[in-house]
Design a protein around this ligand. Structure first.
Ligand code: 4AZ
Length: 363
């Protein structure tokens, strides 16, 4: 998949209607024809064995669109179909082998399609007064609320592809690289509820700890086999742009409820945080550790108290919703203490390292 996409010099364009579009560099426009074939890699596409997608992908290509994960740009030598004016269809949620997907026009509204990134069961509930204090100053998440949340035992991670987890580099460099990844957990001790995979590769960001101690604190984990995606296990989308200062985003994890307070919670916790400017964050940490452009700072405020990630949340997701889809913008990284009003939490930024992530995971 990596080499194929790169051989074609395909450019991944922003998600439209829940599908990723590909355009060939310097060649045809989006409306032009693309050699687009059915994705046969079952690690990438849940629809790898559904024959009805073969024609459908060719028709999409003719319309200038090659929607992953169902289709992929084909080898340049693949003959293009003769059709020139086919409409761009939206994938059907559950195609059957005998009934090809019905072509419908693309609309700007993302369509929830099982197996596509960034879809979750329901929006986070509004806050009420009677919630317990957790993550720091958050609350227990409903079951299946954050389907990309991965438990690495002492660290968190974000599922970005069925076989790839994004986490923090310091989760692997501290002496105990994670060996097992669970998805679909609510109570971290009830592992029978989730899916378990073995980590087969730990890939540190090539610029980890450069130029500063906590720069590029990112890790990619390859799993022995893909997770099965369902309502409680799904990938988060990769963003194309960084979140705006002030944007409301969400964090989740099984980390401490207070700095250095053990034991950590059994149930996954959630809280909303707001993105801080890097300039403000740099000032806050001026006497402690440099904050640079590879990092994103954030914290929240609820009932007059600060919300933040804490020890054990490391590597876990900072996600922001955009147009009905959730995008992972950070991996929980560091901070002074937890929920200290003077020191926001710091996440390793995703947008800054998008090319490394996509190339490494073959996305
Ligand atoms: C940690 O030690 C850690 N308040 C993670 C996040 C924060 C602090 C510490 C942010 O893993």
């Amino acid at each position: 998949m990596i080499s194929l996409v790169h051989a074609l010099a395909a450019v991944s364009l922003p998600l439209v209607a829940g599908v990723r579009r590909y355009r060939r560099e310097g060649g045809e426009s989006l409306e032009g024809r693309i050699a687009c074939e059915h994705e046969k890699d079952c690690e990438v596409s849940l629809w790898c064995n559904v024959a009805s997608y073969e024609d459908w992908c060719r028709i999409n290509g003719a319309a200038g669109n090659c929607p992953a994960p169902y289709c992929r740009p084909a080898q340049a030598s693949t003959p293009l179909p003769s059709t020139t004016t086919a409409p761009v269809p939206t994938p059907s949620p559950s195609p059957g082998p005998t009934s090809p997907p019905t072509p419908t026009p693309v609309t700007p509204t993302p369509t929830p399609v099982p197996g596509t990134c960034g879809q979750k069961k329901e929006a986070p509930a509004p806050w009420t007064q009677d919630v317990s204090i957790s993550i720091v100053n958050g609350r227990p998440a409903p079951e299946c609320a954050w389907p990309w949340q991965v438990n690495l035992g002492g660290c968190g991670g974000t599922l970005i592809a069925p076989q790839w987890v994004l986490s923090a580099a310091h989760c692997a460099t501290g002496g105990f690289p994670p060996r097992t990844a669970y998805a679909g957990l609510h109570n971290r001790s009830v592992t029978s509820q989730g899916q378990r995979r073995t980590v087969i590769a730990w890939i540190l960001h090539p610029e980890v700890r450069n130029p500063n101690k906590w720069s590029n604190d990112l890790l990619l984990l390859k799993l022995d086999s893909p997770f099965e995606l369902n309502e409680c296990v799904n990938t988060a989308c990769l963003p194309t742009v960084s979140p705006q200062v002030g944007a409301k985003c969400w964090i989740s994890g099984w980390g401490n409820l207070e700095f250095q307070q053990q034991p950590p919670p059994e149930i996954l916790q959630e809280v909303d945080v707001h993105i801080k400017s890097n300039a403000d964050c740099r000032d806050a940490y001026a006497s402690i550790s440099p904050v640079d452009e590879t990092m994103i700072c954030a914290n929240g405020m609820r009932d007059g108290a600060i919300s933040d990630a804490c020890q054990g949340d490391s590597g876990g997701p900072l996600v922001c919703e955009e147009g009905g889809q959730w995008f992972v913008h950070g991996a929980t990284s560091w901070g002074r203490g937890c929920a200290d009003a003077s020191y926001p939490g710091v996440w390793a930024g995703v947008t800054q390292s998008l090319e490394w992530i996509k190339q490494t995971a073959g996305l």
